[in-house]
Design a protein around this ligand. Sequence first.
Ligand SMILES: Cc1ncc(C[n+]2csc(CCOP(=O)(O)OP(=O)(O)O)c2C)c(N)n1
Ligand SMILES: CC(=O)[C@@H](O)[C@H](O)COP(=O)(O)O
Ligand SMILES: [Mg+2]
Length: 644
Amino acid sequence: MPLLTRIRGPRDLDRLTLEELDQLAGEIRTFLVDAVSKTGGHLGPNLGVVELTIALHRVFESPKDKVLWDTGHQSYVHKLLTGRQDFSKLKMKGGLSGYPSQAESEHDVIENSHASTVLGWADGIAKANQLMRRDDSHVVAVIGDGALTGGMAWEALNNIADAKDRPLVIVVNDNERSYSPTIGGLANHLATLRTTDGYERFLTRTKDLLERTPVVGQALYDTLHGAKKGLKDFIAPQGMFEDLGLKYVGPIDGHDIEALESALARAKRFNGPVIVHCITEKGRGYQPALQDEADRFHAVGKIHPDTGLPIATSGADWTSVFGEEMVKLGEEREDVVAITAAMLQPVGLDKFAKRFPDRVYDVGIAEQHGAVSAAGLAHAGVHPVFAVYATFLNRAFDQVLMDVALHRCGVTFVLDRAGVTGTDGASHNGMWDMSILQVVPGLRLAAPRDADQVRAQLREAVAVEDAPTVVRFSKGAVGPAVPAVGRVGGMDVLREPGTDTPDVLLVSVGALAPMCLEIASLLDRQGISTTVVDPRWVKPVDEAMAPLAAKHRVVVTVEDNSRVGGVGSAIAQALRDAGVDMPLRDFGIPPRFLDHASRAEVMAEIGLTAPDVARQVTGLVAKLDGKYERSSADAVDSVEPARD
Ligand SMILES: Cc1ncc(C[n+]2csc(CCOP(=O)(O)OP(=O)(O)O)c2C)c(N)n1
Ligand SMILES: CC(=O)[C@@H](O)[C@H](O)COP(=O)(O)O
Ligand SMILES: [Mg+2]
């Protein structure tokens, strides 16, 4: 990589010739395939923005100018050009984040991986620049065609378009795809712009002709290329953006560095908001990605670089268990429909879509709309199952509360990637759903512990027609079946204490059942008797919970969710409401953002492991042995502190 290794920062690009820039682009693609095949990551999106990122960093002067990325999964090239070329631990503990990171570089701003926020950030920074008279600091926001389907993008565009004198460059990175082809009216409009032959042919002919025209040729080409609305409307209808009051430049070949630099330089000089519409190819330059019809290698695991084939194939995962049961449900109930927010395959609805193409709705990256549309569907007599990553449902909280729950709509939300996911960093952990959803009146929330329970609880959920239901499960391989050995109310007993006067009631939530059984075994070795119970439905708290707790000395809850406002809090409140005052310890995720690392590393870091929990519970029981008596099964008076 003779050129890439010499790039220590963006200004090192300035001295390269066009030929060298093209060579650099080739080196970067080779680097990306080689590096990401070893670690996994967002290979396809980054292969598509090589030339675009080079051109951006040649035209704009980061970090004085702010180069902002939407979602941020396509920022690997940006990292390579801003002094970060060690990808050996990408997305791993201590290695580069898979997204921009302010801790990593002054060139990075937006860290979250939640789509459609970049234009809001850009609007804010541009306003500050104008207010502080920072005339020499430009803002350029790169947003994908998929992210442009998100409502927040249009809220921001509405504001941006209103300030004709506030410089802001919006680069639409249009590769026609989110994971799968981007849907909706906007996608169709972008397609019109992309595929208007007249405009493209006109541009190509003009460019070739003018490049052969001495003296005036290039200037004339630049002028035509930045042609006013009149010319372009005549050749290529692009009303939407310009009708919004936004200057539109494009479509630009997103792999032609010279054309990109020309368009970006003109946009930079424009004293107002301008959209540069770039046509790129997701997976460009790497055949295995280009041949991947599903998602052009949007996010890959470790792969063989020459074939693109996965190196490690995981066994049955939570997602596929859900997907297969959805197909069965679809066979049995024609009123069951599915909704995805641009993630059909990642959430496991691809098989349902293949079998029932008319009963699946891809709403784009628009979770809020997805939830409200689901309320409408339920109101009109069908039962929608909205499959979405737990962290992305955060965005639709008000819609779940005020559209679905307030109107008592039978909508089922299936939350994949719930709990600690780890390698995608802080914004991807599904650690808030069992907290924020606790406050939704009428909502019922299930946390299955294994594949059988996913199937059972999904069916129980879609049977509810007068309230929102939620089924949430983890990322990746589904654990072993965890059989029940008894039943108390609606709760499964996973382990009997072996005595009539047990010490600990251990409430195991969802996928942590194997861990909780291990905790019980470790406590057993300390002579501490434990009942392990899985509530299955964690909201509302089962009515049998309080009486069961009262038969123990202490309650311990363990959940793969934030401790704040989680299941442990809800159970503590339920015990108080039932007059059962007893010690309770809730184990879960601390209320902080978790740096990227493997799930196991994160769980160890936050003390959510069997040895950690067992150690703390042992200490608690030892304390009780010294200070507290058992609360009787009948009496509900508070436990009397032992006399010293
Ligand atoms: C709110 C939200 N929903 C879903 C996702 C998952 N997601 C990550 S990238 C992506 C597709 C983005 O498409 P686009 O903006 O066109 O970028 P590209 O990958 O094509 O470069 C999606 C749906 C997300 N990051 N944020
Ligand atoms: C940014 C993005 O694409 C994320 O949605 C992420 O890639 C999800 O990763 P997994 O689907 O591997 O959990
Ligand atoms: Mg795209």
